[in-house]
Design a protein around this ligand. Structure first.
Ligand code: AP5
Ligand code: MG
Length: 215
């Protein structure tokens, strides 16, 4: 199963992609996580990537597409993959399609998580992320049982630098301006499913699983 999670910032893409990963045993590929790992290094590329992320802007397509294509070529993607936060432009979607065609693969379903801007703002202030495994928590809605320590790997939780009110406005606008075309690309192919992302985590996850089963 080859799946894409789309949706505005803090819609829950990472949350549900990691739950799917556990259930389906296929890799969860988050371009945001991959870029944050690159940005944490100490070289010129890290500085460049960090400036895009911190300003809520998209990393240029050329770099982003190469990163994902290289990742999809790894052996663990043989039986499927979950893309989280990619594609985000029409160009990225077209290039992904071209690559998958060459590999004799296709996208089975695109899950679009619908969440209002008001709720996004509330979620963003409470989000905490594991600095080691990138697992996502929320101090209000999904706290770690171990406080500011990750339940999975024991590393410290931190607040992302782009999780603030100013950045979220830019990221949301970037989403509307640049990702709408990519969403419409999948809508036209009839593989896009809209999911209400405002319900409880359990209910949202169930709706996603039902959608993947075609119910
Ligand atoms: P990225 O890391 O992908 O950020 P984003 O799209 O803004 O999405 P988020 O990770 O903020 O949110 P999410 O939807 O994963 O929500 P989450 O599950 O954490 O990208 C960061 C940056 O990298 C971009 O700005 C850009 O610079 C660059 N980049 C990445 N991909 C790129 C691309 N393709 N092209 C170019 N540049 C790219 O949930 C949010 C919170 O809500 C959590 O605290 C969670 O616990 C909580 N929550 C979730 N669901 C529920 C629920 N049902 N009830 C209660 N709480 C919930
Ligand atoms: Mg995420």
């Amino acid at each position: 199963m080859n799946i894409i999670f789309m949706g505005p910032p803090a819609a829950g893409k990472g949350t549900y992609a990691s739950l799917m990963k556990e259930e389906f045993e296929i890799p969860h590929i988050s371009t945001g996580d991959l870029f944050r790992a690159i940005a944490s290094k100490n070289d010129p590329l890290a500085v460049e990537i960090k400036s895009y992320i911190d300003n809520g802007l998209l990393v240029p397509d050329k770099l982003t597409i190469k990163l994902v294509i290289d990742r999809l070529g790894k052996a663990d993607c043989k039986n499927g993959f979950i893309l989280d936060g990619f594609p985000r432009t029409l160009n990225q979607a077209i290039e992904l399609n071209r690559t998958l065609n060459d590999l004799g693969k296709k996208i089975d379903k695109v899950i679009l998580l619908d969440v209002s801007f008001d709720l996004i703002c509330k979620r963003i202030t409470g989000r905490r992320t594991c600095e080691n495994c990138a697992k996502v928590y929320n101090i209000y809605t999904m706290p770690s049982a171990k406080g500011d320590i990750c339940e999975e790997c024991g590393a410290k939780l931190y607040q992302r630098k782009d999780d603030n009110e100013e950045s979220i406005k830019v990221r949301y606008q970037t989403y509307l301006d640049q990702t709408t075309e990519a969403v419409n690309y999948y809508k036209a192919q009839n593989i896009l499913v809209n999911i209400n992302g405002e319900d409880s985590t359990q209910n949202v996850f169930q709706s996603i699983k039902d959608a993947l089963k075609g119910e």
